[in-house]
Design a protein around this ligand. Structure first.
Ligand SMILES: C[S@@+](CC[C@H](N)C(=O)[O-])C[C@H]1O[C@@H](n2cnc3c(N)ncnc32)[C@H](O)[C@@H]1O
Length: 295
């Protein structure tokens, strides 16, 4: 199954990636930062309930307690951070995109217990301190070496501290069909191994769990929850798609062919109505939680 929604290798502004560059984690982070700098002003602004409900699910799995110190890696505009901060003692957000950091600072400006820092989630700065919980919603699949990142995250946790992440699970038929419309246009270098790997939507939960176990976590659990996303119109779906990683898919389609792509996707959406009107796309969201056993 193809799923390009959060394609970790985004070709915006002609930036591509070769396999040789995979070892260069800082240049990978710079590429991702550049994509999210472009998306930041519009990210999660189309009125589509997507990142918020995913963050709600993560916070529910985390079940945070008063007084806890939480670090949210790849915080974006703060979907998790603004939800978790009122429930805990302090919350730190970290993102590699300066524009996302600016948006997140604005979103959390009224919260005295929140700090937002620029940084690379692949290896969080030890100077940020120790935490009771690490969260990362829709982030781990962007990182070049997820197990190494998880080891670093575990290093920021106190004994019995918890890590909770979200990733995508299996997409419903209509969302798969949308992805398949774009697939023929995508350049070969976008066929990144990580989307086929343990963090791809089609890999089993056990493969995600194994990453955490390899990083030294215990008590690893993954649960999947279906997310029904409602789009009030085709135009709203299209606006949403331009404000997410799907933007890269649009950019891969020659302008002359975009009306045909739009028409095909319109037919797919019309065949997938939402009971309250508009259209519905469904995808499982996976929540993986794990404990740092070290005392
Ligand atoms: C899909 S967005 C999710 C944002 C937010 N967690 C949410 O749920 O809305 C992924 C975020 O991860 C950030 N990110 C990706 N790679 C990163 C890295 N190496 N270090 C820090 N942040 C990173 C991106 O800049 C972006 O803000």
């Amino acid at each position: 199954m193809l799923d390009f929604r959060w394609w970790p290798v985004i070709d915006i502004g002609g930036v591509g990636r070769s396999n040789d560059a995979m070892s260069d984690t800082s240049s990978e982070a710079a590429r991702v930062a550049s994509m999210f700098d472009q998306l930041a002003p519009v990210y999660d602004t189309t009125g589509v309930e997507f990142f918020g409900p995913i963050a709600d699910g993560l916070v529910q799995v985390l079940d945070p307690r008063p007084g806890q110190r939480v670090i949210d890696l790849g915080c974006g505009r703060g979907a998790v951070l603004v939800r978790v901060a009122p429930l805990v003692g302090s919350a730190v957000g970290v993102d590699v995109s300066p524009a996302m950091v600016a948006q997140c600072r604005a979103a959390s400006a009224g919260s005295p217990n929140v700090r937002v820092e620029l940084g690379d989630a692949q290896r969080p700065d030890p100077g940020l301190g120790m935490f009771d919980a690490v969260t990362a919603s829709l982030v781990l699949f962007f990182l070049p070496d997820p197990v190494a990142a998880l080891r670093h995250w575990r290093g920021r946790l106190v004994a019995d501290g918890r890590c909770v992440i979200s990733t995508f699970g299996v997409a419903g038929r209509a969302w798969r069909e949308v992805d398949e419309v774009f697939a023929p246009f995508l350049p070969a270098h976008m066929l990144d191994a990580r989307t086929e790997g343990p963090l791809s939507p089609s890999s089993p939960d056990a493969a995600v769990d194994a990453l955490f176990t390899a990083a030294g976590f215990t008590d690893v659990h993954t649960v999947s929850r279906p997310l029904e996303t409602r789009f009030t119109s085709v135009e709203q779906w299209e606006a949403f798609s331009w404000t997410t990683g799907q933007r890269a898919m649009w950019l891969s389609v020659p302008e002359s062919q975009r009306p045909t792509v739009r028409a095909t996707i319109t037919d797919i959406l019309r065949a997938s109505p939402h009971p309250d009107g508009g259209y519905m796309l469904v995808q499982d969201v996976r929540y993986t939680s794990a404990t740092n056993p070290e005392r």
